[in-house]
Ligand binder design. Structure first.
Ligand SMILES: *Cc1c(COP(=O)(O)O)cnc(C)c1O
Length: 365
């Protein structure tokens, strides 16, 4: 496997927007390609550092350097966000205890529930916004799953306090940083052990890739070895093309987020003034907005059916604005209101987005 000459050290001191652009490039020797190569191979000539492509790929390494540089740790790319979640949860010993939020990404909660049903672990459910109660629940636990802001309620946890308490209690802390992205929040710097991403979302940013990643502290050798071993053995690996596309996405992450966040702030304010909107959930940063609309499931569904510029579809973090009623999914926890719409705000002209939303909301009468 090609050794990357652009290591962490070469991006030290650079600001996040610069890291997003320069990290993970190969060297500067005359004639060296500036773009990262897409390497398609299943195997390598014997006796090198990597023998087989389930264990490593130069395109993975370039992506991992870039994401690792942004999060301040060592990254491992996985075939999906859920593959990264499963890898992280493989760190819980059989019979272990996991502290988890009452509302978070529904796939994560479903995995925990499934593993609990099989007798593999016990889940202690907490409200992450209740810091004291969450800290109390840490006693004797093996791992705490943190997500902030949460999907889709956009609840914000006091990550600094929770990560510190987990450290003091000897509990492994994992932060799903998909919604905030490393540009807004770097949990490893707060002392957390592991960051998980659905790379599918903001990092890739164009709704054309399913991909995930784990990022481990620089001093987290044991966890890094466990996760990379898990990836090789269980085989939930990333395709090189998907990884290459995601790396390309990272190069513009800061620009996309800047525009999408500005759009989200405008839409959140205008939504709050619309008579059909009951509650706006918006943490004040990022490009996700959720709002409870009308009185019934039908009202919420009608808004999704009426939008013409905004895409009625699941997922988030792409350049295009997307809307969906989250409770249409059977896995969605029932603390999420039936008439809650999740809006992933994209980079379009905000006036066109508002015209579209307003027309859909006005149709409720
Ligand atoms: C989408 C998502 C996941 C799952 O990622 P996939 O790439 O769909 O497997 C995990 N966590 C959060 C917060 C998500 O939004």
């Amino acid at each position: 496997m090609t050794a990357m000459t652009s290591t962490d050290e070469s991006t030290t001191g650079l600001r996040p927007a610069t890291r997003a652009v320069v990290a993970g490039r190969e060297g500067r020797e005359p004639g060296q390609q500036v773009g990262s190569p897409l390497v398609l191979t299943s195997t390598y000539a014997a006796d090198g550092p990597v023998n087989y492509a389930r264990n490593g790929n130069p395109t993975w390494s370039a992506f991992e350097e870039a994401l690792g540089s942004l999060e301040g740790g060592r990254a491992l790319v996985f075939g999906s966000g859920m593959a990264a979640v499963a890898a992280a949860l493989s760190l819980v010993p059989i019979g272990g205890v996991v502290v988890a939020p009452h509302s978070a990404y529904n796939g994560t909660l479903a995995t925990l529930k499934e593993r609990e049903k099989r007798g593999e672990l016990t889940v202690r459910t907490v409200e992450l916004t209740d810091t004291a109660a969450t800290v109390d629940a840490l006693a004797g636990a093996d791992l705490v799953w943190l997500e902030s802001p949460t999907n889709p309620l956009l609840e914000v946890a006091d990550l600094e306090a929770l990560v510190e308490a987990a450290r003091a209690a000897g509990v492994l802390s994992v932060v799903d940083n998909t919604f905030a992205t490393p540009l807004a929040q770097r949990p490893l710097e707060l002392g957390s052990d592991l960051v998980v991403h659905s790379v599918t979302k903001y990092l890739s940013g164009h709704s054309d890739v399913i991909l995930g990643a784990c990022v481990v502290r620089e001093d987290g050798d044991q966890i890094f070895t466990a996760l990379s071993g898990h990836r090789s053995l269980y085989g939930a690996i990333a395709g090189p093309l998907e990884t290459w596309l995601a790396l390309r996405g990272i190069r513009t992450l800061h620009l996309r987020l800047e525009r999408a966040s500005a759009n989200a702030a405008v839409l959140a304010t205008r939504l709050a003034d619309h008579p059909s909107v009951v509650t706006v959930r918006y943490p004040g940063v990022g490009a996700m907005v959720a709002f409870d609309v009308g009185a019934t499931v039908e009202d919420a569904e009608a808004v999704c059916a009426a939008v013409q510029v905004i895409s009625h579809s699941t997922s988030l973090g792409g350049v295009e604005t997307q809307i969906e009623r989250r409770r249409r999914w059977p896995n969605e926890p029932d603390v999420v209101p039936d008439n809650l719409l999740r809006l992933s705000v994209g980079i379009e002209d905000v006036e066109d987005l508002w015209t579209d939303l307003q027309r859909a909301l006005d149709s409720l009468g």
